[in-house]
Design a protein around this ligand. Structure first.
Ligand code: ZN
Length: 323
């Protein structure tokens, strides 16, 4: 799904880079050929662009926020990780990027119990990178069957211009499911539910039923247009439908943890996201329906620089923030 980059698009990217200044993360998200152009050729092509990209995300600090007495949000180097803690051992949703492992390990040690279960919301590297060390430490990795499948394949993510090799066997989920998965631990009930193809074809959402917290994975980017990975089954209409399902899973008191962006305690942000992606937006011509997938996943993706709300940070990868 590669597209040629027009000079107009290139100028827009360069202007955007200038406006964004020194945000290392945002630079990391810019296709490398444009980054080289912006540096006037002075920027050397990294030996390993994927490693360089991981390192940039991994440099973000981890911010810890309590969600409930036994539930904590760790936000930072690769989105939002949620940890259920207690004497039964830890249940961890998503795992950050590989270079963040020392920080993640230190944060998890602070809960004073071993990691028993890891749930991946989907196959992307920023949600599965630390599977292997967690599995080596005794955790059982749980994910949708398509996550395991996608992790065994090589992938080219066009928006990042990066090629990802298959994950090592030691990082693959040991327990997979098709529709859903239920788990009881530390006095909490977890319901893990597969979404039809939306952000990818591997997406699940995790509901912590007693404390009423919903981790949406990357089906929902709070404050930003979603990134849709068409290379592994992502679909615009799927994201709209999945957002409707998220709304049906949440009530007025649900704490909503998006895949990226700050936590939200109300459903309003979900509704707004669905509305913007839906027919109203298409009819107004701001984003034509036919071009929406390209707009969301092409060389100038909306999710990088088009906040849904004016006060959101300049990138969904720039940290958690508070609602
Ligand atoms: Zn993702």
């Amino acid at each position: 799904m590669s597209r040629s980059v027009t000079s107009r698009t290139r100028r827009e990217w360069l202007q955007m880079m200038a406006a964004m200044g020194a945000g290392v993360l945002v630079e990391g998200l810019i296709p490398r050929k444009l980054a080289r152009a912006a540096a006037g050729g002075a920027l050397q092509q990294p030996q390993d662009p994927v490693a360089a990209f991981r390192a940039r995300i991994g440099a973000i600090p981890i911010e810890s926020q309590p969600l409930a007495e036994n539930l904590t949000l760790l936000a930072g180097p690769g989105g939002n990780v949620v940890v259920l803690h207690g004497s039964d051992g830890l249940v961890v949703v998503d795992t950050f990027v590989a270079p963040a492992w020392p920080k993640l390990q230190e944060s998890l040690k602070g809960f004073g119990a071993p990691v028993k279960t890891v749930i991946n919301t989907h196959w992307h590297f920023d949600h599965t990178d630390n599977n292997a060390p967690l599995r080596a430490g005794g955790a059982t990795l749980v994910a949708h069957e398509n996550t395991k499948l996608r992790m065994t394949q090589p992938h080219h993510l066009a928006v990042l211009e990066l090629d990802f090799a298959p994950s090592p066997a030691a990082a693959l989920p040991q327990r997979v499911f098709k529709e859903g998965y239920k788990l009881e631990s530390n006095g909490e009930r977890l319901a893990v539910t597969h979404m039809p193809p939306a952000h990818t074809d591997t997406d699940v959402v995790v509901r912590f039923e007693k404390v009423n917290v919903l981790h949406t994975g990357d089906v929902f980017f709070n404050g930003f247009y979603p990134y849709i990975d068409g290379s592994t089954g992502g679909r615009v209409d799927g994201v709209i439908e999945a957002t409707g399902r998220l709304l049906s899973l949440a009530d007025a008191d649900t704490k909503i943890v998006p895949g990226h962006g700050p936590r939200r305690d109300r459903r309003q942000a979900l509704r707004r996201s669905r509305e913007r992606l839906g027919q109203g937006e298409a009819q107004r011509g701001h984003v034509r329906q036919s071009g929406l997938l390209d707009a969301l996943s092409g060389p100038r993706p909306l999710w990088l620089d088009q906040p849904l709300e004016p006060n959101e940070p300049p990138s969904p990868f720039s940290g958690s923030g508070n609602p």
